[in-house]
Ligand binder design. Sequence first.
Ligand SMILES: Nc1ncnc2c1ncn2[C@@H]1O[C@H](COP(=O)(O)OP(=O)(O)OP(=O)(O)O)[C@@H](O)[C@H]1O
Ligand SMILES: [Mg+2]
Length: 360
Amino acid sequence: MADSMVKLVHVVKKFSGEKDAAVNDISLDIKEGEFITILGPSGCGKTTTLRIIAGFEQADSGSVLIDGKDVTSIPPYKRSVNTVFQNYALFPHMDVFDNVAFGLTLKKLPKSEIRKRVMEMLKNVQMESYENRMPDQLSGGQKQRVAIARAIINNPKVLLLDEPLGALDLKLRKQMQIELKHMQKKIGITFVFVTHDQEEAMTMSDRIFVMNNGQLVQSGTPEEIYEKPRTRFVADFIGETNIFEGVVSETHENIATVKISNGQTINLKNENMVPGRAVCFAIRPERLKLKSSPEGGDSYLSINLKERTYKGSVLKTVVSLSDGREVIVNEPAGEGYKLFDTCPKAYITWKPDNAVVIAS
Ligand SMILES: Nc1ncnc2c1ncn2[C@@H]1O[C@H](COP(=O)(O)OP(=O)(O)OP(=O)(O)O)[C@@H](O)[C@H]1O
Ligand SMILES: [Mg+2]
């Protein structure tokens, strides 16, 4: 396994005058060459965490290690880290070449070497024919490419990116997500990417760190985070989900029977369940199926069909339980239409494994 490249140990940062800590006891470990994303809602502390790694912000307590070295009290310019910001921060009076060359010019490298490295880097970001353009003659996506080229030309060990695609339109944003990921794999630099967009995080990351209220609430591969959210917050924040509440009525060896809020019972996997305990579980809309009668082995609940929306690749159906609670079902478009027309009373069914118990 690769070595640790960025490590935060019990980092706390509270801004003066604020009631709560912006970063509240965060520990994390990022391996060399990983593409990780810090994901969370606005104000949860993502930028502050990034600024602490970069050295623009000092932690009140805890430590920051980069490539095994404690850099907690080392200034930003002495850390082998570069940052790309959302607003690109290109030098407006310099052309593309000079913007990218900036770090090397400061180091007073020979002109011929600077030229070679800048052109190589511009090729990397597919901007080699734009070397003489000024920043205000570039599109948003092109500016972003130049900003990234400028940030990696000095071969930092870690590149920090704070919502770098936020200002781009959706189509370009999706294209840049793929490009950025390819580039990262090619150059092998560790990327720490910040976004509040869960789809972006899922597309790009080797691992996702989910933050809420200054805390790291869960980390894992996109698949782990999506399939096995540990809390209601994570289940809700990452994609669409249905959350059910109930109380364990009885347990057998590996099955627990749970009475949900409308009085119906369903079976869950018995993982440390005790009769009387309140439980919460989540089922993704695409794991639910609409059936006119349940099939053996599947869990099910009887429902009333309420509303459906054709969304191209999926048919989204809103159904309700007997107490009026709504549940969303996403199925490949096609089949569901028939059921809806002929059979307003139906069942939602799912494989028992697709119900994930979460902390409320
Ligand atoms: N310089 C500062 N002084 C006081 N409070 C600050 C300062 N910078 C950030 N905060 C507060 O710290 C908390 C975390 O802010 P931060 O910028 O890290 O959030 P974020 O997750 O990056 O949000 P966003 O997605 O909106 O960029 C917020 O409550 C914010 O108001
Ligand atoms: Mg921010």
